[in-house]
Write a protein that binds this ligand. Structure first.
Ligand SMILES: [Zn+2]
Length: 312
């Protein structure tokens, strides 16, 4: 006897043989100007105007095999084995003196942790991504409340559930920015998360895609495309496809120097230091590794750049 739940899974499998991550409306970004690494790097070592605060929104535990490619030579040499690994879920608050307050990723909404199903989290997802086990430290609603002038926009590193898990607390008129192709590039795996991603974005602003160039032959975003977000050289979005199709890193110029937010191009410090890409959570490991090595090269040219990783 096949249960109703499995019938739903089978029908989704049949209908959704390669679908986008969400059917939420996507438009080209109204913010940001096309730039490039050379232009960015001329400015990047000079102190900048943005105050950047990284907040640990929640503690969580996930398998190390999701965070690191344990089959890589470096992981094998270090005898790393799979085990439950404690991590953090971050939100980064950017305060620009002229343009206001923005978040990079959303942190975690207590509402979502208390009732994942009620917020549209597909019942299969907690088997792989145990959302209900997140221990919220500073909820997204608290982060939003700390910004009396409101949040002017959210810059996503990507749209995995732990990066959009604050959406229930984000007002519906806050502009949302993502890498190109993040929600529209089709894949078989998307069928498991498409409904959840769409529900978490329901009623929210359009997804605005950064104007990164596409590789005309493959219709993919190239690695290392740059957008000057405010047009004043204070914050940059950098395309780092691989972890997801539209993965985006950010370089923020603060009074203390530049900070790189890697997103999940490197979940961990260990992965960064050993040049090892993430494990099963990554869509395209070879491309993720190329993006990771491009970011490491960038930091080696600018050694004062502080690096903040996706989860550790
Ligand atoms: Zn991710």
């Amino acid at each position: 006897m096949v249960s109703t739940r499995w019938l739903v899974v089978l029908s989704v499998l049949t209908v959704c043989q390669g679908c986008g991550l969400s059917d939420h409306r996507v438009v080209q970004s109204r913010l940001g100007r096309v730039s490039n690494l050379v232009e960015m790097e001329k400015l990047v070592d000079e102190p900048g105007p943005i105050e950047l605060e990284t907040i640990n929104s929640a503690d969580w535990t996930v398998p190390l095999s999701g965070l690191l490619n344990l089959k890589s030579a470096a992981a094998q040499q270090a005898h790393l084995t799979d085990h439950p690994e404690p991590i953090h879920v971050f939100a980064h608050v950017l305060r620009h003196p002229k343009f206001g307050t923005y978040l990079v990723d959303t942190g975690v909404s207590q509402q979502l942790v208390d009732d994942p199903n009620g917020h549209g989290v597909f019942w299969l997802i907690p088997l792989v991504v145990p959302v209900g086990k997140m221990q919220v430290r500073t909820s997204t609603s608290q982060i939003v409340a700390q910004s009396p002038g409101g949040i002017q926009g959210i810059f996503f590193t990507h749209l995995h559930i732990d990066h959009i898990s604050g959406m229930p607390d984000i007002p519906s008129d806050v502009p949302l920015y993502v890498g190109r192709g993040e929600s529209t590039r089709t894949s078989f795996q998307n069928m498991f998360v498409r409904g959840t991603t769409t529900r978490l974005l329901q009623g929210k602003a359009d997804l605005q895609e950064w104007p990164f160039h596409l590789d005309n032959a493959r219709k993919d975003v190239l690695i290392g495309e740059v957008v000057d977000i405010f047009g004043d050289g204070s914050a940059f979005a950098i395309s780092v496809p691989g972890h997801t199709p539209g993965s985006t890193a950010y370089v923020i110029r603060t009074p203390k120097g530049p900070v790189l937010l890697t997103g999940d191009t490197s979940h961990t410090r260990w992965g960064w230091e050993h040049g090892v890409e993430p494990g099963s959570y990554t869509t395209d490991q070879p491309m993720n590794l190329k993006s990771l090595l491009m970011l490491k090269d960038l930091v080696s040219r600018h050694p004062t750049m502080e690096v903040r990783y996706g989860h550790q």
